[in-house]
Write a protein that binds this ligand. Structure first.
Ligand code: F0G
Length: 454
């Protein structure tokens, strides 16, 4: 561990500790809040003492053509900004990051925005943004000599952890809420060899139990309470800034579950600004599902001074979280950048997901809250037609194929959820549905079907 270059700072009380003094649950012994990784001296470096921004930007771009394995990673390519390992040779990488930024032509047209993009984190090796965080934190676990790593998960964290643990030769333990995660994700944990326990509690319950376990046994906790996860997950901010030639977009829209990702992206843009690599931060907005919206309620109640946990319900199972660990960090990212926190209904999520599918990209339901949220921000005049907007699509469409099939078959939503047969949203759902059709095995029948559907 590179303790000389980094330390941990408590987000609640500001206490600073050496990296090797962290508790197994990564909570501050003084106030119980979470830590973040801090690199002493970065903020203070002024004038000629600052890192040479031009040289760093050149180096990071140049590494994309390098034959060095570590340079193929979209996380470790930026290693100057995450000096968390004793030796970068210890990094466990699956060539994560360097994900595509797609223009969303049709959605942009519908919304009257010129520049609407999707940063597709579902194009990572295990199909979600979790890989960028896992390469960082699992490498720390390996360097520290742990034999076991563990996480509680709504599915994607466990898939990523199991894969990276397998690559590193470590054992992994997964706790998931029974019957409440998508099959694609569960199959990944099994495939990569994790010990997978389904518990009859929700995600928040799984995390509570795991917190007790890591206090009792030498198992390294890999949920996003682990501050090293966020160091990896901040790097898509660097990729986005680089893609816009270091002019950041006006808006970044992120789904909110346990709220680690929005916190990490906020940290990424903040550090770029502090180091003089970009001039400003994008407005960061966090979108939750209406049935799992504790941060939205917290903003409405007291501008995010406190958070009351909720009982979470949504078909976007990845963000079915009622007591998000990183809520204070996410609230700071929203407040300091002038972003917003809002929620969207099950019907709005399903429409947005189908629209992203119709662009030839696809994503999992939790990712589609970003487009559904953007529609609201646009209606409320918070996003202007000439703004540059980036949606963070967090997971691949194949993660939850059941959801997609149910949508196209028309069995996903209840009448109540889609506002009744005559509602505007029902009409839009009908336009977007593309169920598979049973057709006679003759050319004439297939051609007739094509004609009918045209
Ligand atoms: N989108 C997807 C696809 C996710 O898997 C998650 C979280 C989120 C968004 C929300 O991100 O928690 O950082 O606010 N999934 C976690 C898991 C909780 O266990 O896989 P967040």
């Amino acid at each position: 561990m590179n303790d000389i270059l980094h330390q941990l700072r408590c987000f609640g009380c500001g206490a600073r500790i050496a990296a090797d003094k962290a508790q197994p649950d990564f909570r501050c012994v003084e106030c119980g809040d979470l830590f973040e990784v801090e690199y002493p001296g970065w903020k203070e470096r002024k004038g000629p003492d600052r890192p040479n921004a031009g040289a760093l930007k050149w180096l990071w771009r140049e590494r994309r053509c390098s034959s060095e394995i570590l340079d193929h990673s979209g996380v470790w390519r930026f290693r100057e900004l995450l000096p968390i390992l004793e030796s970068f040779g210890n990094a466990i990488s699956l060539r994560e990051g360097n994900t595509p930024l797609y223009h969303l032509h049709r959605a942009a047209k519908r919304l009257g925005i010129d520049q609407l993009y999707a940063k597709h984190q579902g194009m990572n090796p295990t199909g979600s943004f979790k890989d960028t965080g896992m390469t960082a934190a699992l490498s720390v676990a390996k360097e520290k000599g742990y034999e076991w790593v563990a996480c509680a998960s709504t599915g994607n964290t466990s898939a990523a952890m199991a894969a990276y643990a397998a690559r590193a030769g470590l054992r992994s333990l997964v706790l998931i809420p029974e019957g409440k995660i998508a099959w694609g994700k569960l199959s990944q944990a099994m495939d990569y060899g994790a010990v997978t326990c389904q518990l009859p509690v929700d995600f928040d319950g799984c995390l509570n139990i795991l917190t007790e376990i890591v206090r009792q046994s030498p198992i390294y906790l890999l949920n996003s309470v682990n501050p090293y996860r966020l160091e990896g997950q901040k790097t898509p901010a660097f990729e986005i800034a680089e893609a816009f030639d270091w002019n950041v977009p006006d808006h970044l829209i992120v789904p909110g579950g346990n709220l680690g990702n929005s916190s990490a992206l906020g940290k990424g843009f903040r550090e770029l600004k502090e180091l003089g690599l970009v001039a400003r931060m994008p407005r960061i907005s966090v979108i939750q599902a209406a049935g799992a919206n504790p941060l939205v309620q917290s903003f409405a109640r007291d501008n995010a001074a406190t958070l009351e946990p909720v009982e979470a319900h949504t078909r976007a199972t990845a963000i079915r979280i009622g007591n998000p660990a990183s809520w204070r960090k996410a609230a700071q990212a929203i407040q300091e950048t002038g972003g917003w926190c809002l929620d969207v209904t099950e019907a709005e999520i399903s429409v947005a997901k189908a629209e992203i599918g119709a662009e030839g990209l696809g994503c999992e339901p939790a990712s589609a809250v970003t487009l559904a949220g953007l529609k609201k921000l646009r209606e409320e005049g918070k996003v202007k037609s000439n703004d540059v907007v980036v949606l963070v699509l967090t997971g691949h469409t194949l993660k939850d194929a059941d959801y997609t099939i149910d949508f196209h078959r028309g069995t996903l939503l209840s009448e109540e959820e889609n506002g009744g047969a005559n509602s505007a949203i029902s009409a839009r759902i009908a336009e977007l549905r593309r169920n598979a059709i049973v057709v006679d095995a003759t050319p004439a029948a297939v051609l007739a079907t094509m004609k009918e559907r045209a």
